[in-house]
Write a protein that binds this ligand. Structure first.
Ligand code: NAP
Length: 307
């Protein structure tokens, strides 16, 4: 029987582990088969406080894991494949075989950017292909960039990227944007932003870094290459919440609903990081809510006589 089980090994899960371990709660963290979360697929992180010279994403995650381990966090490699939150203690099944019992559960399973599945997208990810303008925009000073998508994220990312880029082309598959009027207007008024309508990206070009994108006009069928130094995907994120469907309250996009800090709809189950955050999605905000979840779990255990 565990006091705290944490699912997820990104900044939210590992920060929750540091705090829970230092509160002597002996947490167990299920870290998945691909540990470390989204930061392991980025290159340099320059906006995580405490690193004046920046730090590589994978290195930052290695440090966070070592910090959690130092205070006694136990790690379980494998994926949480089922949970039962209807009975207490809660049950978490790992890789369809091992069952863990726990008094509290911290969910930090994150969200995954939706990708296009282009032939060279994965290879150039972190080398010009990105899904986070806030994280990577700074690397593209005086360069030309492309953004895919027609929603609020695409408008926000494109507008943000004009702080650095000389030109930002928004490539959208239709001739109408999905974005809210105010975000559309802001992007349309920006002289650095141009729109490539009715168009799909067929592939991203470049050997070691992005040099352009191949675009197909879905109306005329014309295929052409647009030269750019970066491709930002803004076609949405998918919260990793399939495991909790029917058990925890979610919003219409599938993000876990939290209140009073990190409490979910079941007392004793807490959520931290991108799995409950459609708005900020930053490593530092994920870490912040991870800290909150551990403190919330500690207080819940105390109140139920297990502190
Ligand atoms: P979204 O609203 O789902 O928009 C996704 C966009 O990507 C759509 O324009 C869609 O095209 C396009 N798209 C989807 N799959 C595609 C594909 N395979 N190939 C090409 N294009 C594709 O996602 P979002 O912009 O990330 O926004 C998610 C939610 O967060 C929304 O509720 C939004 O309002 C909110 N949000 C708010 C703010 C803000 O208020 N500051 C900022 C960001 C996000 P179609 O239009 O043709 O479907």
């Amino acid at each position: 029987m565990r006091n705290v089980v944490i699912i997820g090994s990104g900044p939210a899960g590992l920060t929750a582990a540091v705090y829970a371990a230092r509160a002597n709660l002996s947490p167990l963290l299920i870290e998945g088969w691909q540990a470390g979360g989204q930061l392991t697929t980025t290159t340099e992180v320059e906006n995580y406080p405490g690193f004046s010279k920046g730090i590589m994403g994978p290195e930052l995650m290695k440090e966070m894991r070592a910090q959690a381990e130092r205070f006694g966090t136990a790690f379980q490699t494998g994926d949480a494949t089922a949970v039962d939150l209807q009975t207490r203690p809660f049950k978490v099944i790992v890789d369809d075989e091992k069952t863990l019992s726990t008094r509290t559960l911290i969910i930090a399973t994150g969200a995954s950017p939706i990708t296009l599945g282009l032939p060279n997208e994965k290879r150039l990810w972190g080398h010009g292909v990105s899904s986070c303008a806030t994280c990577d925009g700074f690397f593209f000073k005086d360069k030309e960039l492309a953004v895919v998508g027609g929603g609020d994220s695409a408008m926000e990312e494109a507008t943000f990227l004009t702080k650095f880029a000389t030109k930002v082309s928004v490539i959208h598959r239709r001739d109408k944007l999905r974005a809210s009027k105010i975000m559309q207007d802001r992007a349309m008024k920006n002289e650095k932003i141009t729109f490539v309508w009715n168009s799909m990206v067929e592939d991203v070009l470049g050997q070691d870094v992005v040099t352009g994108v191949r675009i197909r006009n879905v109306v005329t069928g014309k295929v052409w290459d647009l030269s750019c130094a970066g491709l930002f995907l803004a076609i949405g994120h998918r919260p990793n919440t399939a495991l909790f469907t029917g058990q925890l309250k979610m919003n219409e996009l599938g993000y876990l609903l939290t209140s009073h800090g990190t409490a979910t709809s079941i007392p004793g189950v807490f959520a931290a990081g991108d799995v409950q955050d459609v708005r900020y999605r930053q490593a530092v905000t994920a870490a912040g809510t991870g800290c909150m979840a551990a403190i919330d779990a500690e207080r819940f255990l105390e109140a139920s006589g297990h502190g």
